[in-house]
Design a protein around this ligand. Structure first.
Ligand code: UD2
Length: 349
């Protein structure tokens, strides 16, 4: 009886000691200095000053730094992933989304998006907003600005925490060309009057489109342009640039890099403000001389991007067109223009 009581006490003592030892090893100061990560730089810090929450963060950081080994000799070979001025061209398979998200999460970024829904184009807004909720910068702060002449018809779409929508009334117009072209002026005003100092990035998107796949941090950059899906196999002499030298959007036959979309562009607030200001003033100066570029603000944007090279180029994955069948180099369609009947939805032919 006495002996078994003794054994019991010994077992309890040993178990307690073992538990204390485990707790010390786990919570106590490590025996060597450790590497912690802050702002993407590696620093050696004294272990004595580490706090528990920092350790949790470190573990999280480490987990996000465990990803497949990158390579500079293996990768996509069917497409070009750098422009001649060394801007990345973003294609599926050229980036690691989790790694990129973890980098931008530490910077607490926010992304604004503009979308115009004037006249009958309001019908496209619900699908645009619902799919943006599913695919556009999921997990980040997003503020969508809807410009419309029909504020009462803006659909209620449930948004995740950190995401919001602001409706900004604009006048109606009976010329679709004017609606499309005035976007630059309104984007300029939005940045100047509401956004400066608030968010870091902005994207300006066509409403008659839907998201089908991730559009996220891989698209961030200073000045970001999207390659138009209709012309990237063509020689530049076929691009629908403005070809009249009288226009400020003029691009000659032997000039230009790619044909970019007017339906999606973006970048930092500063860069997009410069772009919008320049395109607006060139468009207005042309108008005073009685000339409207072939594809309105899209023509001015193309001229601007030729002179001021984009720092990041998004492949046609970022603006496909539903009526086009998918080419083999398109591994994913992220955003695509819906099929529409122009005669039915535009205010003029
Ligand atoms: C192309 C461009 C578009 C623009 C236009 C030239 C793409 C995919 N699209 O598309 O961005 O450069 O050529 O002007 O690159 N809108 C209204 N109400 C209207 C008319 C237009 O809200 O009555 C807005 C709406 O946001 C629409 C955008 O303007 O998405 C462009 O108009 P569009 O889609 O009719 O132009 P489209 O298809 O010719």
């Amino acid at each position: 009886m006495q002996a078994s009581k003794g054994r019991c006490v010994t077992v309890i003592l040993l178990t307690t000691l073992l538990l204390m030892g485990m707790l010390y090893v786990y919570f106590g100061p490590p025996l060597r200095k450790e590497v912690v990560i802050s702002n993407h730089e590696f620093h050696l810090v004294s272990p004595d000053h580490q706090r528990w929450d920092e350790r949790i963060k470190k573990l999280w950081d480490y987990n996000h730094l465990r990803y497949p080994q990158p390579s500079i000799v293996k990768g996509r070979t069917d497409v070009v992933t750098l422009t001649p001025w060394l801007a990345p061209v973003v294609w599926e398979g050229t980036f690691n989304p989790d790694l990129l998200d973890s980098i931008y999460q530490q910077q607490d970024i926010s992304v604004a998006a503009t979308v115009f829904a004037v006249g009958k184009y309001i019908m496209f807004l619900k699908n645009f907003l619902e799919t943006a909720e599913e695919y556009f910068f999921v997990g980040f702060k997003v503020h969508i600005y809807v410009f419309t002449d029909r504020p009462d018809e803006v659909p209620q779409v449930k948004m995740a925490p950190g995401r919001q929508l602001t409706v900004l009334p604009v006048p109606s117009s009976n010329r679709w060309q004017e609606i499309s072209a005035r976007r630059m002026e309104l984007i300029q005003k939005l940045i100047e009057e509401r956004l400066q100092g608030h968010g870091k990035y902005i994207f300006c998107l066509d409403v008659d489109s839907k998201f089908h796949g991730r559009w996220g941090t891989e698209s961030l950059g200073g000045l970001v342009a999207v390659i138009h899906p209709g012309y990237y196999w063509d020689p530049r002499s076929n691009f629908p640039y403005e070809r009249r030298p009288q226009s400020r959007a003029y691009v000659a036959e032997e000039e230009g890099d790619f044909y970019y979309c007017g339906g999606a562009f973006g970048g930092s607030l500063e860069e997009v403000l410069l772009l919008a200001k320049t395109c607006r003033s060139n468009f207005e100066a042309d108008a005073k001389e009685g000339i409207e570029a072939a594809w309105q603000e899209e023509s001015h944007l193309n001229r601007y991007m030729w002179i001021n090279k984009p720092s990041k180029v998004l492949s046609p994955e970022y603006l496909w067109q539903d009526f086009k069948s998918r080419n083999s180099e398109i591994h994913i369609i992220r955003f695509s223009g819906v099929v529409k009947n122009y005669a039915e939805i535009r205010p003029n032919a």
